[in-house]
Design a protein around this ligand. Structure first.
Ligand code: MV4
Length: 496
């Protein structure tokens, strides 16, 4: 097995990976920037190396510094987590070239799936259904001709994009050329690659992804799907497993194709096949994510498989511990991303000191967090503070548990998405599983933003109400027990 693992990340995912290493008896090495010197991932690892100042470009994205830390600490493997360098094929190759083990898919696979057009071609050849679209290396004139065949509305995508970055909708013919020019410029600036391609824009679809695990011995399994449609500007906010839109037949179909996709890609490690599911329950391959994902925990909760431990074992050359027949879905899991953002101010990032913290626990609740009382939330990294996961035997129980856990959760000092999540859990559309990627824009209104003078009045009212509530609670505690009790048949009767 691996002896010592360097975790090239921070925050909740670095803590998650350290925990998996600990359970497998592996030593751990953290890397950190100046502002993270007392962060939880640093405290939990056996050793830690400073890799530079706060900006990610000078620390968590510095390939050389990370590899140096791995060598200095005599680590034998590197886990990249998600974000930062996780899908950087050059970094993965540099890790291998340094004689270290890369805990992820082979660099060639990362590179191949990073080219979204090449990925489409490879997946079409493997038998996956694609959204009608164009090839990748076409001129504007050729794309205009293809657009006529596909029809409108269209989506322009960047060949080196992914995750919704560099996407642009085109709703009528006369806008196409202008939009393609803008898209090419943006793609060149963002990815250093101006290749674009066209797809038919599918509106009102669901975003569904299938988790796969592949070892280096040719074994591939799938762990079912995650529903990821509740998102805002391509930032996912709530995920769940399984999807309320998918029945056993569809699940088997999608799962089988996801396994085919992984096999065709020559995959190893944990990966995700993204699909779009339209209103008529047709589904289409979108892209393949060659990393551990933020939302992997909901799959872990319903399958019982520890995905991070499997990644570590696979990287060590072990065979998968499961065959497909071992995988059964049990219950339902929902994840709320707790972000340092103000949902009532258009989700602007919120920074400051965590001055108070009460964390939910109890049956069916899992919290993956990197916040602690006194933590400074800075603007340097993404705003994810914690992932709150609730499991239930049924979707209904999972929702009620999530409400209960959200009610227990208090984060004081900064604005968070906690109240937003409570509102979603209370929405009838969410409860009914009736939502798609347009849900937040079309069917959900956050409370009106109050004017500053109204805010003061609201704050006073809230204080008075809280006071009243506390008095009430006090009284209840001191009231004599109820004179009513239930008889053996559940009927109320007066105590004697
Ligand atoms: C699409 C699409 C509709 N039609 N492609 C977003 C993430 C990236 N993997 C691809 N994505 C999409 N591709 C076609 N042809 C819808 C999405 C999409 C989306 C689009 C707009 C707003 C929110 C979205 C959420 C998930 C997926």
């Amino acid at each position: 097995m691996l002896r010592k693992v360097l975790v090239a990340n921070r925050g909740e995912i670095a803590v998650r990976i350290v925990r998996a290493c600990q359970e497998l008896g592996m030593e751990t090495v953290a890397v950190y920037s100046d502002v993270d010197r007392i962060a939880p991932h640093v405290r939990r690892a056996r050793e830690a190396y400073c890799i530079g100042p706060a900006p990610a470009a000078e620390s968590y994205l510095c390939e050389d510094k990370i590899i140096q830390a791995a060598q200095k600490s005599r680590a034998d493997a590197v886990h990249p987590g998600y974000g930062f360098l996780a899908e950087n094929a050059n970094f993965a190759q540099a890790v291998l070239d340094a004689g270290l083990i890369w805990i992820g898919p082979p660099p060639e696979v990362i590179r191949a799936m990073g080219d979204k057009v090449a990925a489409r071609q490879a997946m079409a050849a493997a038998g996956l259904p694609l959204v009608p679209g164009s090839e990748g290396n076409l001129t504007d004139e050729e794309l205009i001709a293809v657009a006529e065949r596909i029809g409108y509305p269209l989506l322009i995508k960047a060949a080196s994009g992914g995750g919704g970055r560099g996407m642009r909708g085109v709703y009528q013919r006369q806008d196409l050329l202008k939009c393609m020019r803008v898209a090419r410029n943006e793609a060149q600036a963002a990815f250093g690659d101006d290749r674009i391609y066209l797809e038919k824009l599918l509106d009102g679809a669901r975003h569904i992804e299938v988790q796969v695990l592949a070892d280096t011995h040719g074994n591939v399994i799938q762990l079912g799907e995650r529903e990821c449609s509740i998102q805002r500007r391509h930032q996912k906010l709530i995920e769940e497993a399984p999807s309320p839109a998918i029945n056993d037949h569809l699940r088997a179909q999608m799962g089988e194709l996801a396994v085919k996709a992984a096999q065709a890609a020559g995959y190893a490690s944990a990966g995700t096949i993204e699909f779009l599911l339209d209103r008529d329950y047709n589904f289409y391959f979108l892209e393949m994510n060659t990393r551990l994902q933020v939302e992997h925990a909901v799959t872990e909760m319903v399958t019982g498989v520890d995905i991070v431990k499997e990644m570590l074992r696979i990287a060590a050359g072990r065979k998968l511990r499961y065959t497909q027949d071992d995988i059964h879905l049990n219950g339902w899991a929902i994840e709320c991303r707790i972000l340092a953002e103000d949902p009532y101010r258009n989700f602007i990032p919120s920074i400051g000191t965590i001055s108070g913290l009460w964390e939910p626990t109890g049956p069916g609740v899992r919290l993956e967090s990197s916040v602690y009382p006194g933590a400074e939330i800075t603007p340097y990294y993404d705003s994810l503070l914690a992932k709150l996961v609730a499991w239930g035997e049924t979707r209904g129980e999972a929702i009620l548990r999530m409400r209960r856990a959200l009610a227990e959760y208090r984060i004081i000092g900064i604005k968070t998405t906690l109240p937003f999540h409570m509102q979603v859990m209370d929405s009838t559309r969410y409860q009914g599983g009736q939502f798609d990627t347009n849900f937040l824009e079309q069917h959900f209104t956050l409370d009106e933003v109050l004017r500053p003078d109204q805010r003061k009045v609201a704050a006073i009212a809230a204080t008075l109400l809280a006071h009243q509530h506390n008095r009430q609670a006090f009284v209840i505690q001191h009231r004599a027990s109820s004179p009513w009790k239930l008889d053996g048949r559940g009927r109320a009767m007066r105590r004697r």
